[in-house]
Ligand binder design. Sequence first.
Ligand code: PXP
Length: 247
Amino acid sequence: MILLGVNIDHCATLRQARYRQAVATAGGAIEPDPVTLAVLAERAGADGITVHLREDRRHIQERDVWRLRETIATRLNLEMACTPAMTAFALQLKPDSVCLVPENREEITTEGGLDVVANRDRVRAVVDAMNAADIKTSLFIDPNEPQIELAAQLAAPWVELHTGSYANAFHTSSRAKELQRLRLGCARAHDCGLTVNAGHGINYVNIAEVRTLPHLHELNIGHSIVSRALFAGIEEAVREMKTRMNA
Ligand code: PXP
């Protein structure tokens, strides 16, 4: 069975669109509350909750992360940039896992995989610190052999293969090529002894193909589930995705 990590960043995006100046994130008229969304997602079968605490704090705030740490009953996966400040934060927070992602100020969402080859020493420092603290590290990388092999060499237990190029190519002639790239990436990562996760751009349609990738442990899905929740409610949105993932 493939597990589902629900990324709740875009619930906070909606809140920040109106309440950027507000410090409190619970109670009163300040909504929607991402922690409430997380609890309801868990109730509907989410296997973990993912948040990205970005340097510019554009959606999730530190207070949200601490409240999640105290509240959720499944696993907390903290997406973060590969920086000393975020490493210190994660060691204090003690999430169940961290996922190292590239972070560019201009991007609307995470646009490419982390270049582990170019950032080898920075990545190694974070992986070593997390391994010592018994926090699992996942590296969010493109499905390229050198990235995958180095992830294994650096002793990161997990990788999350970036499905964005495939999702973007879904309605083009490159779709089969992108799917095959992911297929080979999953197989290589598994051969290297890595636990294989995937995420970005997965929705209720492309999940029918994504779920056929080999060795998948967990999918991290955000935008499509939060969007579906606007109409169907978060519990129905999570239940439907889980059904489609494991049909
Ligand atoms: N995985 C990672 C590492 C991400 O940064 C994100 C958000 O950009 C996701 C998964 C979820 O992507 P989406 O919101 O497109 O489902």
